[in-house]
Design a protein. Structure first.
Length: 183
């Protein structure tokens, strides 16, 4: 077969993207971790952009709703790390350009869903090397303008027990045990 289609983060070009892992929620949302953009991009089942997890506890729509009095989740908005700006296209016309939040060192790599719908994300930011676990309720919310912090996080940088050098991805078995692939 041939390709059925392609999609990428709006406002970015191919050299500015590096998609690594992909997961699909029960309702068909597609979650894509992107190393170059330092985020997890969220699309609907047809590949239409919905949102970006831009920090471990902050989505693009949540950030915009905090910054703009007239934010509408149905408006178009983009964030491109390489450009260092957020562009919000207001429904009534005109673009608003905003600075992104301060860099927290967020560098998601692995993204996966477990059997109960929780999202597992590995963060390989320098000095971080942790695994975040987000509740199924957070992942399946209608919109992410009130995105909660992870319900659990574990790991740290290092070579000892409970430490990771470069956690690529994580899975959970049927007994609730976590397995982390550490590069």
């Amino acid at each position: 077969g041939g390709a059925l289609g392609a999609f990428g983060p709006p406002g970015t070009s191919i050299p500015e993207r590096s998609p690594v892992y992909l997961a699909v929620t029960e309702d068909g949302r597609v979650l894509v971790s992107d190393r170059a953009q330092h985020g997890i991009f969220v699309y609907d089942a047809d590949g239409n952009y919905l949102d970006t997890v831009m920090l471990s506890d902050l989505t693009l729509s949540e950030y915009l709703s905090e910054q703009l009095d007239d934010f509408s989740p149905t408006a178009e908005y983009t964030y491109n790390v390489a450009q260092g700006e957020i562009i919000y296209s207001a429904p009534n016309g005109g673009d608003v350009v905003l600075q992104p939040p301060a860099d927290s060192g967020w560098a998601p790599l692995g993204v996966r869903l477990d059997h109960s719908g929780r999202m597992l994300v590995t963060d390989v930011a320098l000095g971080q090397n942790v695994v975040y676990v987000y509740s199924e309720e957070a992942v399946s919310a209608e919109d992410w303008t009130d995105f909660p912090a992870p319900e659990m996080e574990f790991g740290q940088a290092g070579a000892g027990n409970g430490q990771f050098s470069f956690p690529n991805n994580a899975v959970v078995d049927s007994r609730g045990r976590f397995y982390v692939v550490d590069g």
